[in-house]
Structures are given as C-alpha cells and as structure tokens.
Write a protein that binds this ligand. Structure first.
Ligand code: TYM
Length: 339
C-alpha cells in the first residue's frame, strides 16, 4: 500500500535522530548523507526525536541545547527546509498519542526481544518502561505520516520490522489504515564502528567524531583510534583488512590513495599515525562546507527557531489527519454517536 499523500505524488520518507549533541560520523554515513540526497526524489519528513531521548532519563540541562545542536547539524549537512519538513518530535503531540494507542496492538514479547532493549536495559538497575516501549514510539513516528520508506542505519533494522508488525496488527484489528513501511538501509555502510574499534559508533559510548568538529578536534579524536591490535611497533607490518581506521578511509579517501596506504601499511613503510593523519585531513576537508554552514546557523538562532516552528506546523497538519482517522477507527469519536 502506498501512502495517500494528497499534496504530492512522491513517495514519503520519514526518519528521526536522537538529540544527543552534534551528529557524528556514524549518523552521517549511516543516515544523514542519504537523507540529503533523497530530498529531490521524495516527500521528506526529518525529525529530532527528543521524546525518544528521554526514555531512559537524561539530563534536562542538556536537552534543549542538544536539540539546537542537532538542528544545526541537519541544516549544515544540507537538509533543506524548502524541500523537507524538519521539526522536533515533542512539538507534535500526536506522536506520543499514537504511541499510546499502539500499546493496544503491540505484544510485550516483541518489545523484550529487541536487541537495543536488551543492550540498553543492562545499564539500569530498575529498567524504565520507556526503554521497553521505545520502538512503539518509533512506529508511531513513522506511521503518523504513513511513510512509505524509512532511511536508517543497519542498527535500526529490527525496530523497523516491528513498525511493520504494528501496522499489520493495527490494520487487522481496526481496518486497513497504515502502509507496511519499507526500511532503506545502505548495504555498503553497515554499522560504522567507533574509534575504539569494538562497538558501533555511538555518542553514549564516547567513541565518536562529531561531523562539525574543528580540524584540531577531529585530529584529537582520530589519533586515539584503535588500529590493528597486532601492529605494536612502528616497524611491524599492518593488516588493513582488520583495521577500523582503514575501513573509515573507505568513505573519505579515494581508491588510488587507499591502495597506496594499503601497500605501505603492509610493508610498514608508513605507521598508524601517518595513516590516521591522512584520514583526519580527509575528514576535515570533506566536512569543511558543513562547518561553514553551521557557523552561519549558530549565528542565527532565530532562523533555526523559525525553521523548526514552521516544520512542526506542517508536520502537525499531517499528523492531525492521521489521528482523526485512527480515533474514528478505534471507536474514540464518541461525539459522532450523538449527532
Ligand atoms: P539514532 O539517533 O541512534 O541514529 C540516527 C541515525 O543514524 C544511524 N546511525 C548509524 N549508522 C551506522 N553506524 C552507526 N554507528 C550509527 N549510529 C547511528 C541510525 O541507524 C539512524 O538511522 N531510534 C532511532 C531514532 C528514531 C527513528 C524514528 C528512526 C526515532 N524514531 C523513526 C527512524 C524512524 C535512533 O535512536 O537513531
């Protein structure tokens, strides 16, 4: 089923990102880069998911500035309010309302089997229900806009499968309402590993490079990256195929230069510091235009506010239409029974 987006014949895409500060390399390579490219082809809705960010608690003192930082990252990489709806989740209350209604069709067993729930719940002595219910809110985000597709990184695949399941269950219980949204996941990206080389790049693990970092900050981060563990001395030959720094070169360094690094690493002609320096320089060059645009938006907070206010208004108007349909299908429009 394709969504009935009356204003546009384009397929609609929705995606979200948690406001945990500036976007990092994993966010950019796994998601943002693709979102920017989609803007001409699709009817795009991009969301800063602050309701998700508070599911496990969080620091109230940081949330507001994190939302703004992420909005600046969105705009800096080229998300364009003229071609996309860009907004903050909590500005559109229908997200949490629909999530509540989806509680009615979501089996707890499905929530408990989510890998991210299993990982995150280990960090708590007493697990907040928000951590368990997180994917219900994610399903509500997507289905509120009847999105046809959701571009995400590999780590979100399971949540999107549950979104489809929730749509199926809702449709079966209350009649055909939601599309079975397709996940768009770039095959050649997968999970971007963090600088520790052990876990996926993630703000909560402190193993990231923020895309808006100044050149010296990029180097400060990249120089700490773990390389081939067997390459202990500068004179030891390296194994690019097991080295996370070399895999990051795949996104920032052209094929000839990579072949050169590969050969010189194996023969110990260059050391890990040399290899990291090239990577750091190439990241700095690739993100230079983003830093410039970010500076512009940081100097114009009123413009960022206007963009987010305007985005919320457009999002709300779609969300209200869906909610009227959902309430009616779930028998919650009691007024119609006394008309
Ligand atoms: P979040 O905020 O963790 O990440 C945002 C996007 O970045 C991708 N990503 C990565 N891709 C590759 N390698 C990595 N190391 C990496 N880290 C992050 C994620 O796959 C994601 O696409 N639950 C979601 C946010 C969300 C959402 C939604 C997404 C809420 N509602 C509705 C899609 C649709 C999350 O925590 O993403």
């Amino acid at each position: 089923m394709t969504s009935s987006n009356s204003a546009s014949t384009k397929r609609r895409v929705f995606s979200g990102m948690q406001p945990s500060g500036e976007a990092h390399l994993g966010n950019y390579l796994g998601a943002l880069r693709r979102w920017v490219d989609m803007q001409d082809e699709y009817d795009c809705v991009w969301c800063i998911v602050d309701d998700h960010a508070i599911t496990g608690g969080g620091d109230p003192a940081e949330l507001a500035s994190n939302v703004i930082d992420l909005a600046v990252s969105f705009l800096a990489v080229g998300l364009d309010p003229e071609r996309s709806i860009i907004f903050v989740q909590s500005d559109v209350h229908e997200h949490t309302e629909l999530a509540w209604l989806f509680n009615a069709v979501t089996p707890v067993g499905e929530l408990e089997r989510m890998t991210q729930f299993k990982d995150k719940s280990q960090r708590f002595e007493s697990i907040p229900a928000g951590i368990l219910n997180y994917p219900i809110l994610q399903a509500a985000d997507v289905l509120l806009y009847k999105a046809d597709a959701v571009p995400v990184g590999e780590d979100q695949r399971q949540h999107l499968e549950l979104t489809r399941e929730i749509a199926r269950k809702f449709n079966a219980a209350y009649g055909e309402t939601f599309p079975e949204t397709e996940a768009i996941i770039e095959k050649d990206v997968g999970r971007i590993m963090g600088l520790d080389g052990e876990a996926k790049m993630s703000k909560s693990l402190g193993n990231t490079v923020a895309i808006l970092s100044e050149p010296e900050q990029v180097w400060d981060r990249v120089r700490t990256a773990v390389t081939d563990p067997q390459r202990v001395r500068r004179t030891d030959p390296g194994r690019p195929e097991v080295c996370n720094v070399f895999s990051l070169h795949g996104f920032f360094t052209d094929a000839d230069a990579r072949a050169d690094i590969d050969a010189k690493c194996r023969s110990a002609e260059i050391g890990c510091v040399d290899c990291k320096r090239i990577l750091s320089d190439n990241i700095v060059t690739a993100f230079e235009p983003f830093r410039e645009r970010a500076a512009h938006f940081r100097a114009n907070p009123a413009a960022v506010r206007r963009i987010l206010d305007d985005g919320a208004e457009k999002a709300r108007s779609i969300a209200k239409t869906t909610m009227a349909e959902v309430r009616q299908k779930m028998g919650m429009d009691w007024r119609s029974s006394i008309d």
